[in-house]
Design a protein around this ligand. Structure first.
Ligand code: NAI
Ligand code: MG
Length: 395
């Protein structure tokens, strides 16, 4: 079957790495029609909308997108850069990636963190005998992508009905009842049963499909009783009724961040709400090489968007020879292939990356621990294109 893929290059290095991932997909024999969609800063400046309606239509029609990265700026800076004809017309900037997640309810975020042998950025630790150990990390984080502290239900100086509702809670009255209202900032942590069940089911199904022995709920139910508590309660029910052969562990986010450098190899699938999922996935990504290696899938019931975790890194966008690591974006393309059941092509690409890293001859500047600058190429770092070429050669 021939697929149609919407390509959303976005800004800065997003444009560069997206093109590299398409080169790899083509070489791997992935048959697709590619359609470019407009997204990002350029469209904010020209049209007052970083996610134009025509792009939303493309996504709704074709369902699958590869996304580079966008540039976001604070509200006032954004307005200052608007085209003069659009100024003072009431345009306000909002992030197109957050927009896509909300519009298409991309509520399941998958962030795999698997170390490649030979990656000089891999986490190492001192073992019991004093020898240096390099544990093989293979963790997949399932992050709820639409709720929790990211739902945008928040107030500074809350209006009457909100304030009065909070005052009905004894703990609020006791601890904050004397605080002047204009000194209050409130952000709400909202979990729903449906979305929580969906992220948990996705996590367990992934563990079952790929042979992970445990699913760890990483929250804080002893303190955040209602929301974290709901997730843990539902996880226990789902495990008991549907996945009895997969172990259910639960960790607190704070302890998990400590343990992830102690025994990262012990974890398999980890599932968390939006905020803690964001934190724990960056934590694990750091163990496997950081932003040059971390990718994610954003899955809704209809639409799926695949992206590297990194942003547009504007300072590296204008280099005559691009230096950034394309692997995160290529990993995002592999997640897309998994999603489209093109798993053989995904594993061929991952194998090619594995070989290039194991050989250690071609390394981008981040893998050599250089500070990014145009002269890293002269110092022996591979360019973006050279890294992609090396992967393609292995294919
Ligand atoms: P960033 O991820 O763009 O870059 C941070 C640093 O990480 C870079 O300076 C570079 O040293 C390194 N880096 C990033 N990608 C790399 C790669 N592929 N290979 C090697 N090194 C890499 O984050 P930053 O600088 O905080 O944000 C820049 C812009 O990107 C902002 O406007 C921000 O809002 C946006 N952003 C967009 C995201 C998205 O599109 N999903 C995610 C994060 C930031
Ligand atoms: Mg993050």
């Amino acid at each position: 079957m021939k697929h149609t893929i919407v390509l959303l290059p976005g800004d800065g290095i997003g444009v560069i790495v997206l093109n590299e991932s398409v080169r790899v997909l083509k070489k791997a024999g992935f048959e697709a029609d590619y359609i470019y969609g407009d997204i990002g800063w350029e469209f904010w400046k020209k049209e007052g909308n970083a996610l134009p309606e025509r792009t939303i239509k493309l996504l709704a029609q074709h369902k699958t997108a590869l996304f580079g990265a966008i540039t976001s700026k604070p509200k006032d800076d954004a307005v200052a850069e608007l085209d003069t004809s659009l100024k003072d017309k009431g345009f306000t900037y909002s992030s197109p990636i957050v927009g896509m997640r909300q519009l298409f309810n991309l509520d399941i975020c998958i962030r795999p963190c698997k170390s490649y042998k030979g990656n000089p950025l891999n986490f190492v630790r001192r073992g019991r005998t004093g020898a240096i150990e390099e544990p093989a990390v293979d963790v997949v984080i399932f992050r709820q992508n639409t709720e929790c502290l990211y739902s945008g239900v928040e107030w500074s100086n809350p209006p009457d009905p909100v304030y009065q509702a909070f005052m009905t809670h004894p703990k609020f009255r006791q601890n904050f009842g004397n605080v002047p209202r204009e000194d209050l900032a409130i952000s709400s942590r909202i979990f729903t049963r449906k979305a929580t069940e969906r992220i948990l089911m996705a996590a367990f199904e992934h563990a079952a499909k790929y042979g992970y022995k445990s699913v760890t709920v990483c929250e804080k139910p002893n303190v955040i009783r209602e929301t974290s508590g709901l997730m843990l309660k539902l996880a226990k029910k789902i495990q008991k009724e549907k996945f009895p052969s997969i172990a259910l562990w639960d960790t607190n986010i704070d302890a998990q961040m400590m343990w992830l450098t102690k025994n990262p190899e012990d974890y398999g699938v980890i599932v968390a709400g939006n905020m803690f999922g964001d934190i724990v996935s960056d934590g694990f990504a750091g163990l496997i090489g950081g932003l040059g290696f971390a990718a994610s899938a954003n899955l809704g019931e209809q639409v799926a968007v695949f992206e590297p975790t990194h942003g547009s890194a504007p300072k590296y966008a204008g280099y005559p020879i691009p230096i950034v690591n394309p692997i995160a974006m290529i990993e995002a393309a592999c997640l897309m292939l998994d999603h489209l059941s093109e798993t053989d092509k995904a594993s061929r690409i991952r194998n090619a990356i594995k070989q290039v890293i194991a050989e250690g001859k071609v390394r981008t500047y981040d893998m050599m621990r250089f500070t990014g600058s145009p002269d890293v190429i002269d110092k022996g770092a591979a360019s973006t294109v050279k890294m992609t070429d090396a992967i393609i050669e292995k294919l």
